[in-house]
Design a protein around this ligand. Sequence first.
Ligand code: SF4
Ligand code: FES
Length: 213
Amino acid sequence: MTRITIDGRDLEVEPGTTVLDAVRALGGSVPTLCFDERQAPFGACRVCLVGADGAPGPIPACTTPCRDGMVIDTHDETARRVATAVVELVLSELPEPPAEHTELAAVARALDVGEPRWPGAQHDGDHDERHPYLAFQHELCISCGRCVRACEEVQGAFALTATGRGFTANVAAGLDAGFLDSACVSCGACADTCPTDAITELSLLTPVHPRPA
Ligand code: SF4
Ligand code: FES
């Protein structure tokens, strides 16, 4: 077993257990954005940062395995400051605040993220509503990769592909021909895992995103 201390509480975990799993085993929480417990950890967003004694800086809880004697601080000031800035930057690129029920909105609330301090370029509206059940609102995509991994790992369908880099990073279905002409089998795993509603069930779209005539 591996012994670890989290926020002053000792815990023994199986070797290979991640810091995030250990925190959760103690009933604690760390905000996450690119993590979905149904998928292999990806470590892309850096929202799950925590402090670790002896480490040169905060570490991502979702991808870091526990090591014997590790001392973790989930309230580490630097970790919280960086994670908050990451979410603030993500929000600053969206054309509108995330819907209240989304995971992104919940993470922003948990980190007490207010108005973006660095307003910059925002994504233009870009909807694909050709699929009978699924809608893609590309401007809400934060490139967390969860939909791509859900499609590959959960469904084995490989219908989605990460595209672009930086501000232009997004996700395409098929060869950018939309869900309808991709390998999509309409399982809905992508919509289920999407933390922003960038991919959502067509029937759930509100009048804020009306279908084209
Ligand atoms: S569509 Fe959703 S799940 Fe996929 S990368 Fe964008 S935000 Fe993440
Ligand atoms: S949730 Fe850990 S890096 Fe994104």
